[in-house]
Design a protein around this ligand. Structure first.
Ligand code: IPE
Ligand code: MG
Length: 229
């Protein structure tokens, strides 16, 4: 979800206005994905690197996150959406974490859609964490080093039990992954749009899904193996 700051700057508004308007795009996109029966959606809301932004902006983002959680909780619950944070959420201020825990707990039994929200997230840190968890299992004697395979890694990620993403959408014009889901993106289709996140609404989402549908996914095989035509 990139481009909030530029959206605001172009209008001569404070950056936080862009984030505020971006929160509305979150609501629109989450609702649309639920209507489309998309079972997993991951939003990159705040990276580990984002802690380095000016304090005012970080504080404003925390405030907006808490407003979002309070405002959208009922909608998430009513629509069968389970909120699953990914990232070092213990680094969030206690008052934000309290709210987050409340929504996580209340939505835990929902299973129509998983809404992963990446907060204080770093793909590299997620992989380092998986390595730590695996090492602990080995030192406890629960796992042999020879048993460490693709699945062992998968099982120790924040996204364990979930399928890899089919599509990554990055708004705001930059063409990079910025430390997002580094392991999980192995065969994900990448879609970049210049549209800034606050302007990314239903029409833009449908355009991205159309492009996705036109992609030829072979997963390293040859066309005749993966196509049933
Ligand atoms: C929002 O966009 C992403 C967040 C970190 C919340 P940016 O704040 O990165 O916007 P730009 O890139 O400065 O336009
Ligand atoms: Mg940015």
């Amino acid at each position: 979800m990139d481009g909030n700051g530029r959206w605001a700057e172009r209008k001569g508004l404070p950056r936080l206005e862009g984030h505020r308007r971006g929160a509305r795009s979150v609501d629109v996109v989450v609702t649309a994905c639920r209507e489309l029966n998309i079972p997993h959606l991951t939003l990159y809301a705040f990276s580990s690197e984002n802690w380095g932004r000016p304090k005012d902006e970080v504080d404003g983002l925390m405030e907006l996150l808490s407003i979002y959680l309070r405002k959208e909780k009922k909608k998430l619950l009513d629509n069968g959406i389970r909120l699953n944070p990914i990232g070092e959420i213990e680094r969030l201020p206690d008052w934000v974490n309290g709210l987050l825990e409340e929504v996580i707990e209340d939505s835990a039994h929902n299973n129509d859609m998983v809404l992963n929200i990446a907060l204080s997230y770093s793909g590299r840190e997620e992989l380092a964490r998986a390595a730590r968890l695996i090492c602990r299992a080995v030192s406890r004697g629960d796992l042999e080093p020879e048993e460490i395979d693709f699945n062992a890694l998968n099982d120790n990620l924040y996204t364990s039990g979930q399928p890899d993403p089919d599509l990554l959408i990055r708004t705001g014009g930059e063409q990079r992954v910025s430390n997002f889901l580094l392991w999980q993106l192995a065969y994900t289709e990448l879609y970049f749009t210049k549209t800034l996140w606050p302007d990314f609404r239903k029409k833009e989402l449908f355009r991205a899904l159309d492009v996705f549908e036109s992609r030829d996914r072979r997963f390293g095989l040859v066309g005749t193996q993966v196509r049933n035509d």
